[in-house]
Ligand binder design. Structure first.
Ligand code: ASP
Length: 467
């Protein structure tokens, strides 16, 4: 018999069906056994009576989280017995046959609660069980709808989805790189991308005028706040655009996302308010101000654009100018001379989108003029040779006919956490890591064998204090 999902039983009164799922609970009432059967779409009450011999015997064995299939007849409940708070509350299944597909040990923690009350280390260690709880099921499914929305909207507007490499060369976004040793080129390393920045710009040189990707960005940062070593970003780049084109695309995308998927939310500001970096700092002391009127209102969303960031910031440790965002942002300087003589005061065509006090997207128009790009790299302390060595491909590419271009990247994890009113991004990621980058379920990072090290031409330096 074909499988019926629990939620579809409400249309099948009087019919024979087969349902499959997990035992969410069992109650023995006198002679009758009640099972709550949970599948990915809901929960259904199953009634097992002693008349159904085989079913009764098997149901008696069932424990929480066992996986079973049940054949039986859907029966409408009398009006007075309808369970209004349950999607399948108007019916129940009278079991004829119960088959146990797999048994389960008692889970290490409750699965029918929100989970906030359980120690997070335990939850992450048994994430495959933790994910069974209703709240996380909902978060991960809603996240999928958000990603689908972005993809669909951009495809409709002629964007092309292109995957860029994970094994690549360092691209500076201000964090440390994760490195991967190369077996075939001894002594050299790939860097995992901190963002697809250079590739997406090179795709503009290549003539893909509207690119997007739901990209993984990897940054080896020290434990700091609610961050993950890898995060997902909606990465977008467009040719022949000015700042207005990019900002209006961003605004339409986020506005429509909220109004179509989260109609209960109220968005303050139409259009989204805009502040320059200077205004934001002077007025709010931060470049991601929280403009909500009532911070207790969980449905209030206050988007705000922050624009015109300084192009460079002074790095006291390195005693040099660094790009505020990344070195490829287009500066507002009119000439190489202006750029070089006044790096402190030069602004860039960079913008961020903040939501309720968090930066949820950032981007810029890019430097496509060869002399200006070279000058920017020089200000950041790269000698001509170093610049050629690190960014030779970019410096070369800008000499082959580059359209003015720009784009942005929007963080998916933080956006979901805000929209779902979750206190941290780990609640919206299927398999998150701890603050210090450990995967407690897979036990990663892990040591590797001597043979693997040998193949990679690596040897581990002994810790001085180790025996
Ligand atoms: N590459 C930037 C980032 O990942 C975003 C952008 O400028 O498009 O933050």
């Amino acid at each position: 018999m074909n499988r019926t999902y629990t939620q579809d039983t409400i249309k099948k009164g009087g019919k024979k069906v087969c349902v499959k799922g997990w035992v969410a609970g069992r109650r023995d009432h006198g002679k009758i056994i009640f099972l709550d059967l949970r599948d990915e779409r809901g929960v259904l009450q199953v009634v097992v009576t002693p008349q159904a011999n085989q079913a009764y015997e098997q149901a008696g064995r069932c424990r929480s989280e066992w996986v079973i299939e049940i054949e039986g007849t859907v029966q409408k409940r009398p009006d007075s017995m309808v369970q209004k708070d349950m999607a399948t509350g108007s019916v129940e299944l009278i079991a004829d046959q119960v088959n146990i597909l797999s048994e389960a040990k008692t889970p290490p923690f409750a699965l029918d609660t929100s989970g906030y009350e359980i120690g997070e280390e335990k939850r992450l260690q048994y994430r495959y069980l933790d994910l069974r709880r209703e709240r996380l099921q909902k978060n991960i499914r809603e996240r999928s709808r958000i990603v689908h929305f972005f993809r669909q909207k951009l495809l409709e507007q002629g964007f092309v989805e292109i995957e860029t490499p994970l094994l690549t060369k360092s691209t500076p976004e201000g964090a440390r790189d994760f490195l991967v040793p190369s077996r075939l080129s001894p002594g050299t390393f790939y860097a995992l991308p901190q963002s697809p920045q250079q590739y997406k710009q090179l795709l503009q040189v290549a003539g893909f005028e509207r690119y997007f990707q739901l990209a993984r960005a990897l940054r080896d940062e020290d434990p700091r706040g609610d961050r993950q070593a890898e995060h997902t970003q909606l990465d977008v780049e467009m040719s022949f655009v000015d700042r207005e084109d990019v900002l209006s695309l961003i605004e339409a995308l986020y506005r429509e996302l909220v109004s179509s998927l989260f109609p209960q939310k109220n968005m303050a500001g139409d259009p989204f308010p805009r502040l320059t970096y200077k205004e934001a700092m002077e007025k709010y002391g931060t470049d991601k101000p929280d403009l909500r009127k009532n911070k207790e209102d969980k449905d209030e969303l206050a988007f705000v654009f922050v624009t015109d960031f300084p192009a460079f910031e002074w790095d006291e440790k390195g005693k040099r100018w660094d790009a505020t965002h990344n070195p490829f942002s287009r500066s507002q300087a009119k000439s190489v001379e202006e750029l070089k003589t006044n790096p402190k005061n030069v602004l860039s065509h960079q913008y961020d989108l903040a939501l309720n006090g968090f930066e949820i997207a950032g981007g810029s128009l890019r430097e496509y003029r060869p002399d200006m790009l070279e000058a920017a790299l020089e200000i950041m302390g790269h000698s001509k040779e170093q610049a050629r060595e690190r960014f030779g491909h970019m410096l070369e590419a800008v000499e082959y006919g580059v359209p003015p271009h720009g784009g942005f990247a929007g963080g998916v994890d933080r956006l979901c956490a805000i929209l779902f009113n979750e206190p941290n991004i780990r609640e919206v990621i299927a398999f998150p890591k701890t603050g210090d980058n450990r995967d407690l379920m897979m036990q990663a990072p892990d040591s590797v064998s001597e043979d693997q090290l040998l193949e990679l031409h690596l040897s581990l330096r002994k810790n001085k204090n180790a025996s």
